[in-house]
Design a protein around this ligand. Structure first.
Ligand code: GLA
Length: 437
């Protein structure tokens, strides 16, 4: 079996000791991510600027002699699961944690084809990423399980290919996710943010100035991707597709994503003329787009759960996406210059746009971001899909402790004081996979 380096820390040893079987084992680790800026841009083919952090999902695995997958988790809240690799692999009921393992398996099977059949295996999981916090615990689980399974199969693939493969694979759970989370966990570099572009996937590390500190703080509202958030998230993806189709029709540009428009500055300036300001009813779409109802369904709406299938906001969604893409470019330059004040301003503007135009914030996220700004943060914004989850605040490194103390006093104290949900984070390195003799 192939691997990168032997990992022998005590956490890994404990996980290995509890992994069934006695043959050689593999261990994969995939970090969580915190997106600094560039929210809901990835699926539009526009850039993002995340970091990986030191919370992660660790998976140990050993081969089994049959075609079965046996899956268990150190956390008893996630019950053991079994499934067969033979034939179709239908999902467990929605929300089941093991669907993320199946997502990786099905994605790998589709990509590898018959000549590289995946072996059966026993997988044991230990995660330290807060769940439903907008820190991408689900993608870390998919990637760690997938890397471990690939190592059991003795297959190595380039990281960029894996990032695209696992982004596609995760749609198995019914969310139309972009590729940010999988790319970050697979490609991140310690001490750097990652500027990621899509279609085709590219990533370049951007050094984070040593003076920058980052605090992640949970709003205590769960953003459950496999639950209610799925419909809200998919709704935004579909709204962007519809807006793109209408813009393509009205401007004559052949675009399938908002990122395909060559002159986005002109587009942004002309949005009020090009897209309706008020929400569009589903019944009005065929006329507006010059398509039959069946074409609208097949090409644009898809077979996914939507939060409000009858009404779609277009103009303000596009205003957010195009503005956010500009802010990512400006934020990358601010990082290069070491200009933390400028980066903070961009993060604040991003939060406002996420709240007002993209409507993915909540009162608790708004409140936390405002509190962070009032107590020393240069910038504060929701991170991840939104609809709950966490904020990320940028703060001078020597003020991290004071900011956390202020959040404890003004936010968490009145809400049960849960201390594991506000963290000081640093940019860490990418996922690893290792062989253990
Ligand atoms: C989720 C998705 C990502 C991205 C963000 C929003 O985390 O998995 O692909 O779209 O939301 O920026």
């Amino acid at each position: 079996m192939k691997g990168e380096r032997l990992v022998t820390d005590s956490r890994t040893r404990a996980l290995l000791a509890d992994t069934p079987g006695d043959g050689p084992a593999v261990v994969a680790r995939a970090p969580a991510r915190v997106n600094l800026i560039g929210e809901h841009t990835d699926y539009n083919g526009l850039p993002v600027l995340p970091i990986a952090i030191d919370r992660d999902v660790l998976v140990a695995a050993r081969r089994r002699p049959d075609d079965a997958v046996e899956l268990s988790n150190v956390d008893p809240a996630f019950e053991p699961r079994h499934y067969s690799l033979r034939g179709d692999i239908p999902p467990f009921p929605p929300g089941d944690w093991a669907n993320y393992h199946k997502a990786a398996t099905v994605g790998l099977r589709d990509a590898l084809g018959r000549e590289h059949a995946l072996p059966g295996g026993s997988f044991r999981v230990h995660g330290t990423i807060p769940i439903a916090a907008g820190l991408s615990s689900s993608s870390a689980l998919v990637v760690a399980c997938g890397l471990a399974h690939l190592a059991l199969a003795d297959v190595e693939l380039p990281r960029l290919e894996l990032a695209e493969l696992f982004a596609r694979a995760e749609r198995y759970v019914g969310t139309l996710g972009g590729g940010m989370d999988q790319a970050t966990t697979l490609l991140a570099r310690a001490g750097h943010a990652l500027r990621i572009d899509f279609f085709p996937l590219r990533a370049r590390p951007v050094p984070v100035p040593p003076a920058a500190g980052f605090v992640v703080a949970h709003s205590l509202e769960r953003a459950e991707k496999s639950g209610q958030v799925r419909g809200f998230y998919n709704q935004r993806v579909v709204e962007c597709r519809l807006a793109c189709a209408l813009l393509a029709r009205r401007t004559g540009v052949a675009a399938t994503r908002l990122g395909d428009f060559p002159d986005r500055v002109a587009l942004l300036a002309d949005l009020a003329r090009l897209l309706p300001e008020t929400e569009v009813a589903a019944s009005a779409l065929p006329d507006l787009l010059g398509l039959t109802p069946d074409e609208v369904r097949a090409r644009l709406l898809g077979e996914v759960t939507l939060a409000v299938p009858g009404r779609f906001a277009l103009q303000r969604r596009v205003r957010h996406v195009l503005g956010e893409a500009d802010r990512v470019a400006a934020a990358e330059q601010a990082l290069q210059r070491g200009d933390l004040a400028a980066l903070g301003d961009l993060m604040n503007a991003s939060h406002r746009s996420c709240a007002e135009d993209y409507e993915v914030s909540t009162p608790a996220l708004d409140h936390l971001a405002a509190l962070a700004r009032a107590h020393g943060a240069l910038g504060g914004r929701l991170t991840g899909a939104g609809f709950g989850g966490a904020i990320v605040a940028l703060v001078e490194r020597d003020r991290v402790g004071a900011l956390i103390a202020a959040l404890d006093r003004h936010f968490y104290a009145a809400r049960g004081g849960r201390s594991d949900l506000r963290l000081s984070v640093e940019p860490r390195g990418r996922a690893t996979v290792a062989q253990v003799e």
